[in-house]
Design a protein around this ligand. Sequence first.
Ligand code: ZN
Length: 187
Amino acid sequence: MPYNTDPRNNLTLLGREAKLYRTGAEQFCVFAMDLEDHKALIPAVVSRPKEKCVRVGGEHSDKQPQVANWLASYWTMSQPRHTEQQVLAKFDKWYSRYASTYGEPSTLYIYSFLIPCQRDGSNGHCADAIADMLRGYQALGKNMRVYVGWSNDDVDTDMAHATKHALADLEDDDTQIAIFPRLSIAG
Ligand SMILES: [Zn+2]
């Protein structure tokens, strides 16, 4: 099924596409903007090597460089920093390049194989880091609808509970967020 207007479909497909470069069962995450409009990842996953999956620019066409509508990170690239932190470090640059090319994004998709964590000091605390980033954009009046999904939240039941609450609490700050746990990216 292609990208469409169904956020669960889009998060699942996003995870399936980006797992191409996963080594074994390594953690990976992928952020994407406006999938329901683009209906494809730009550039296509197969056309950029693993180490370039966190690059804001896409492929150079004959006219001008594209701007990526997705960034992904894998544990073998990001460690000891968590994968989400590697994408978040690029996020502001990505957002502004994206907005100047395609217009302000109206939706943001975040897929992570493992649930965004609440541990590991400056390398981690990914759930809070994502929430802080989203609050920052909200405060600037940049209102993205946010869809967050993951496949495995069995790692730590207490943490899974806390992460779901931390993200759901963003609704109190008027961020439109929907959470999709236990997405299957098999197949
Ligand atoms: Zn983490």
